[in-house]
Design a protein around this ligand. Structure first.
Ligand code: DCP
Ligand code: CA
Length: 402
């Protein structure tokens, strides 16, 4: 069975959790950009007045003048979301997070571990309540879409199970806006043909659906017929780690370019060590002022994860890739072909004067005092060019970042 778990009135629930005066009252959480003036979400007390996510605040306040408007705090929501993922992941590794507050779980292979899917649902609800302090609703079905629709049926704090074989019956009477992927535009097209329920769509001839809505329509038709074969897919681990930057000006100054390459190598190495990995394949990318991109890969005899090694090897590759005259606008370095650390000792790995130890010590200093609290002297020249932040240099100038 597949579970779809959805936190109830997420942002509003967190605000009510942290401020007892807001509990039981209609509250509206402002969007991430208050100036845009829409509601991010509203408590269930406020929804009774017809307020929903994305509604202009002016309209929401007209509908419910006594509503309390609270600013959002994204940092808190991210923390709660991380806790939510951790709770769900303790029941199976087959976890797919689809938004900050929505998760699919596939319970395949866990029937000897847990008494039933309903038990898992109740257990997750209890832990979310205990550990995060808010409620969630769960849908259980043999198909993802059906589970997602089911989680919305008994909100808040509900559990809805759709038995295998009853998927189509469950969907048939529901209106099309309940079908994930069937947005207002699609609904408007179908309404012209008096197709308003999921069951109406299921009954159409697939060729007719395809002519009206294309390939996506055909997918919706299949789902409406209780045939969603998509799988819960946990995120795949990254296959490479890299950093690149566009310079604030085109340049062929070798000291500047090498300083930047060393800086980027520092960032990449830190990321690698944080994930306890090293890698054998180094890719260097350079883009010239006229937007031609050059890329060169080199497989090293042993995996590396120190900035020193990344930089020394990139410098060699750069000397093959770049003539020294062409102005560059971008440089980047990345490492792939990962090894987990301590897996294997490398017979041919030269000792780089203990660089691993030096950089591990730098990691500790940086964790405490900021990335630029310690760095190789050759990087110092970059400080006059880029603004300095706690996390490091602020690389992209606003006009260049998209
Ligand atoms: N959100 C947002 N802007 C939107 C929609 C949502 O900022 N247009 C944010 C606020 C929500 C969170 O995402 O709290 C989750 O969105 P949901 O659609 O799941 O809505 P809720 O969790 O608020 O309510 P429900 O209980 O219906 O799931
Ligand atoms: Ca939600």
């Amino acid at each position: 069975m597949i579970l779809h778990i959805d936190l109830d009135a997420f942002f509003a629930a967190i605000e009510q959790r942290d401020n007892p005066q807001l509990r039981g009252k209609p509250i509206i959480v402002g969007g991430p950009v208050p100036a845009r003036g829409v509601a991010a979400t509203a408590s269930y007390e406020a929804r009774r007045y017809g307020i929903y996510s994305g509604m202009p605040l002016s309209k929401a306040m007209r509908l419910c003048p006594q509503a309390i408007l609270v600013p959002g705090n994204f940092f808190k929501y991210e923390k709660a979301s991380d806790q939510f993922v951790r709770i769900c992941s303790s029941f199976t590794p087959l976890v797919e997070q689809i938004s900050l507050d929505e998760i699919f779980l596939d319970l395949e292979g866990t029937n000897l571990l847990w008494p039933s899917s309903i038990w898992v649902a109740r257990e997750i609800q209890a832990r979310v309540k205990r550990e995060i302090g808010i409620t969630c609703s769960v849908g259980i079905a043999s198909q993802k879409t059906v589970a997602k629709v089911a989680s919305g049926v008994r909100k808040p704090n509900g559990v809805t199970l759709v038995p295998q074989g009853e998927e189509k019956e469950f969907l048939t009477p529901l209106s099309l806006d309940k079908l994930p992927g069937c947005g207002p535009k699609t609904q408007a097209v179908l309404r012209n043909f008096e197709i308003v329920k999921i069951g109406d769509l299921a009954k159409m001839h697939p060729e007719h659906v395809r002519l009206l809505l294309g390939q996506h329509g055909l997918y919706l038709w299949q789902v409406a017929n209780g045939q969603d074969f998509s799988e819960v897919s946990p995120p795949q681990p990254a296959k490479s780690t890299g950093r690149s930057t566009t310079f604030p000006f085109d340049t062929r100054n070798p000291e500047f370019i090498l300083a930047m390459l060393y800086y980027l190598s520092q960032r990449v190495a830190k990321d690698l060590r944080e994930s306890s990995i090293s890698g054998r394949c180094l890719t260097l990318t350079a883009r010239s002022a006229d937007f031609a991109t050059f890329c060169m890969q080199e497989t090293l005899p042993y995996p590396i994860n120190t900035a020193h090694e990344i930089f020394q090897n990139s410098k060699l590759i750069l000397s093959k890739l770049w003539d020294g005259y062409t102005s560059l606008r971008l440089i980047g370095v990345s490492i792939s072909q990962f090894n987990r650390l301590n897996q294997q000792l490398h017979l041919f790995k030269p000792k780089f004067l203990g660089w691993e130890k030096i950089e591990q010590a730098m990691d500790q200093i940086r964790a405490k005092y900021g990335f630029l609290s310690i760095y190789p002297a050759s990087i110092a020249r970059l400080e006059g060019i880029y603004p300095v932040e706690h996390r490091g240099l602020k690389l992209a100038t606003p006009s260049l970042s998209r």
